[in-house]
Design a protein around this ligand. Structure first.
Ligand SMILES: NC(=O)c1ccc[n+]([C@@H]2O[C@H](COP(=O)([O-])OP(=O)(O)OC[C@H]3O[C@@H](n4cnc5c(N)ncnc54)[C@H](OP(=O)(O)O)[C@@H]3O)[C@@H](O)[C@H]2O)c1
Length: 291
């Protein structure tokens, strides 16, 4: 990727799921460009170690900070956002990155299918509660890590949480990644005129810890990963590009792949379905999200 992201000195960036994989490299690269970075992870020891590693790799940047929160749990999402809102003068960039694929059908602490709870509702609720801090930012950007996996999916709006249909690992995952894209488009529409942008992306097929939670699918995925996936360095490039590059400062409501705008599936542009997803998401988090 040939783009040289702009200097991030003076900018504050929040990256979720930054204790490993794409999120970790994204946070580190942005810190190396001078950003003050705040990371969110679920494992306290890993958060501490990552904060130290980023500080070591980016000695010129303000000291990074870490928040420990399981982003599949709504109360923890609210608390994490509240802590950041209280401790940071402003947030200029939010990178919603924390995500996973699960090998078994499980419920979150809030009783919601875990893939949808973490991958979609985590982004939705965290963005809502971080919006006041983003409004205090300068030319604020919201970056959403989605996936090409969305191409095989369609949203089942009357059963987003798999209560009345057969659950599959990949089915739940790909639908959650389609939800990421449709959420981004609906969010960008609401943010028009506010100066805050929202874009989403596919990082590529990246060699990370993704899928390491086990299961047949995870095992197969990780075998294929060893052979054909790109490095985590390259995998973070489009996130860094959308977080930092000057050329996208006026872009919003777009999907990127390899740092280029690309069309997502036809179905993802269905504004009526995006709005239905928004309303369903508000119901599932038990609060309105008004921009
Ligand atoms: N890898 C790919 O090929 C690929 C392709 C398309 C899209 N993506 C997307 O890229 C994003 C990052 O994935 P990755 O490949 O970098 O995976 P990864 O190596 O497994 O990293 C995921 C990160 O999210 C964190 N996380 C997981 N569950 C969490 C929870 N409940 N609360 C808070 N943090 C949590 C993990 O924390 P721990 O360190 O504690 O595990 C880790 O920091 C995901 O949204 C994924 O859907 C990946």
């Amino acid at each position: 990727v040939s783009h040289v992201p702009q200097d991030m000195t003076g900018r504050t960036v929040v990256v979720t799921g930054a204790t490993d994989g794409i999120g970790r490299v994204t946070a580190e690269r942005l810190a190396q460009r001078g950003a003050r970075v705040a990371i969110v992870g679920r494992n306290a020891a890993k958060v501490r170690a990552t904060v130290d590693a980023i500080a070591g790799a980016a000695p010129g940047a303000p000291p990074p900070t870490g928040i420990v929160a399981d982003l599949s749990v709504q109360a923890e999402v609210r608390r994490a956002a509240a802590e950041l809102d209280a401790s940071l003068p402003a947030v200029d960039v939010l990178v919603n990155n924390a995500g996973a694929i699960f090998s078994a059908h499980q419920s979150s602490a809030d009783g919601i299918e875990r893939t949808f709870a973490l991958n979609h509702l985590g982004y939705f609720l965290f963005t809502k509660h971080l919006l006041p801090a983003l409004r205090r930012g300068t030319a604020p950007r919201i970056v959403v890590v989605a996936s090409e996996a969305h191409r095989g999916a369609s949203l089942v709006l009357d059963d987003l949480t798999f209560r009345h249909r057969r659950w599959t690992s990949w089915g739940a995952y790909s639908e959650s990644k389609l939800a990421n894209i449709m959420f981004t488009y609906a969010l960008a529409r609401r943010l028009r005129g506010t100066g805050i942008s929202a874009n989403c992306l596919h990082p590529g097929f990246v060699r990370t810890q993704f899928g390491s939670t086990g299961g047949m699918f995870g095992m197969l995925l990780r075998m294929v990963m060893q052979v054909s996936a790109i490095s985590v360095e390259r995998g973070a490039a489009t996130s860094v590009f959308l977080a930092a590059d000057r050329t996208v400062s006026a872009r919003s409501g777009e999907y990127y792949d390899a740092s280029k705008a690309r069309r997502s599936t036809d179905g993802s542009y269905d504004a009526e379905a995006q709005e239905a997803l928004w309303v369903a998401s508000e119901r599932l988090v038990g609060e309105p999200f008004t921009v």
